[in-house]
Ligand binder design. Structure first.
Ligand SMILES: [Zn+2]
Length: 104
């Protein structure tokens, strides 16, 4: 799936749908208005896109945004490694990765 063609097929006839418009409700929630491409169907509908979890932290995090970490991020111990964090997690002894991050 290509991000620029993100769409949701018509729930009735399963044809592709075109995005007619969208509006940002919050920085992590957007409403999208779609129209089915099947002229015999003609369904128009509203969908939503929500940011539900962080997989890899932003290097330039907005302090006003709070997104829970994905379970896979917790499992891999990637919490607290955003670029603005100066302190590595207590159990991280890999100094090579810390030096690499500082050069970014
Ligand atoms: Zn349809």
């Amino acid at each position: 799936m290509n991000i620029s063609t993100l769409s949701i097929r018509c729930p009735h006839c399963k044809a592709k749908a075109a995005t007619r418009s969208s509006r940002e409700i919050t920085p992590i929630y957007r409403e999208v208005y779609l129209a089915c491409s099947n002229v015999l169907c003609g369904h128009t509908y509203k969908a939503s896109i929500a940011v539900v979890s962080t997989i890899s932290p932003s290097a330039i995090p907005d302090p006003a945004i709070a997104i829970p970490f994905a379970e896979i991020t917790r499992a891999r111990g990637l919490l607290g490694v955003a670029a603005n964090d100066d302190v590595l997690p207590a159990n991280d002894t890999d100094t090579a990765s810390a030096e690499g991050r500082d050069q970014a």
